[in-house]
Design a protein around this ligand. Sequence first.
Ligand SMILES: Cc1cc2nc3c(=O)[nH]c(=O)nc-3n(C[C@H](O)[C@H](O)[C@H](O)COP(=O)(O)OP(=O)(O)OC[C@H]3O[C@@H](n4cnc5c(N)ncnc54)[C@H](O)[C@@H]3O)c2cc1C
Length: 478
Amino acid sequence: MSDLILFWHRRDLRVSDSIGLAQACNTNARVIGVFCFDRAILTNDSVAPARVTYLVGCLQSLAKDYRRAGSQLLFVEGNPVVKIPLLATTLKAQAVYWHLDIEPYSQTRDESIATTLKSDGIEVHTNWDQLLHAPSEIITGNKQPYTVYTPFWRNWNSRSKPAPVEVKLPPCQLDATELTDLAQVPTIDLPTAKDLGFTWENPLKLEPGTSAAARELAEFCDRSICEYDEQRNYPALTGTSGLSAALKFGVIGIRTVWAATIEAMAQTSSDEARAGITTWQQELAWREFYQQAMYHFPSLAQGAYRDPLKHFPWQDDQNRFDAWCRGETGYPIVDAAMRQLNEIGWMHNRCRMIVASFLTKDLIINWQWGEKYFMQRLIDGDLSANNGGWQWSASSGMDPKPLRIFNPYTQAQKFDPEADYIRQWVPELKSVETNLILSGNIPPLTRHQIGYPLPIVDHSVQQRLFKDLYASVKGVAV
Ligand SMILES: Cc1cc2nc3c(=O)[nH]c(=O)nc-3n(C[C@H](O)[C@H](O)[C@H](O)COP(=O)(O)OP(=O)(O)OC[C@H]3O[C@@H](n4cnc5c(N)ncnc54)[C@H](O)[C@@H]3O)c2cc1C
């Protein structure tokens, strides 16, 4: 055994505020980082080019941070179950450190790797890092996981939160023998997204790397955290943080993010501002709620949580689905949102709820089709948040209000009252009067002239049909 520790990066692409990396660096050992391009993840059909492009950019920035500290980040490619133990044994590492994850795939993979490493006499050190509270920490009085958000939030919010962790990454260079041995693994140069088979030509919603994420957080705290309560629902405004991709890949530590909210709170005495900050903290709690749900109920990843929706007679019309994907349903707010997703790989939360309700309740298409399409497009695509959002919208998930049907017209009237967002993403509607766009009463001739489709379904008819189908599976009228 050498005095070398490997820190395996996964959803923690940073060298600051990192619990495991701080622990590794506090030993007297040498520490280097490793990232594995997992072929199983990269070749499944739910990968978004924008997400891979962001990931590669973040890895570039992480490698730079290692170099700046006089250390290094290694890259390997293949099956981590094979590659991580192979790298550790080749370098005769004394230990491998990593952060725990809630996803079923990651847990199975990690168990297998831990078993191999231990049988090779290599220590394994793991910590929870991506959550403010580990899944087992926030449980009901009966020691059960929460299945309803509000009591989860009360419990979660009542607990003190850990402060950001200081990391002192020491310089570490591999010696000549270690460098020669690496050829047996082998390590690779950091590939581009194109090398990995993904092309994303449009600008990214968020610049990759820790500095950009820190800047975005600071700007959000200056610009809009205090007005978050009023602004977060208006997609034409920049009223949200835009940090979702950074949080998904751990480009910023969750403790750092929380500390920023506490600081913002300390700097204001206005009740409205405090309400805005609290509402944003509640979004961070939603993120943790869905992660702990996935951890405790991994079958969520496979399908509906609620019984009535487990065998729902979805209509699954491929042509309607394709029109939804392209943003050509004839419903302006739905089309604007889907085109935003297709063009920038991100969609505003209000619009995610609108298009998800439209797909499931108006087109009566299985929510899992939408869940997958989102994963194929989103820069922030994340199993637990995406699955939670889709199950919430489909009324199949952990939510006490079972049937929620959004009216796309009233949603647009309320949240895009000047149709600015709609016109931004559906330019054919630029010269159409606002009230016609918002009410859906754009005359068929105008639609024809500007090349904008007729509505592919009638909202009131479909809403009735959905309710009838729901009543038939539930056995009660709705
Ligand atoms: C159908 C549907 C699918 C979704 N899919 C994803 C997804 O794949 N990945 C993802 O990160 N979020 C997803 N969300 C949640 C939410 O839409 C995004 O987190 C948010 O729009 C990201 O923008 P922001 O960073 O500006 O958010 P902000 O409003 O600034 O919120 C701050 C952070 O809190 C977290 N957050 C906010 N809302 C939620 C929520 N409802 N559930 C879980 N976490 C939340 C995110 O990490 C977000 O970055 C989905 C929501 C719905 C309704």
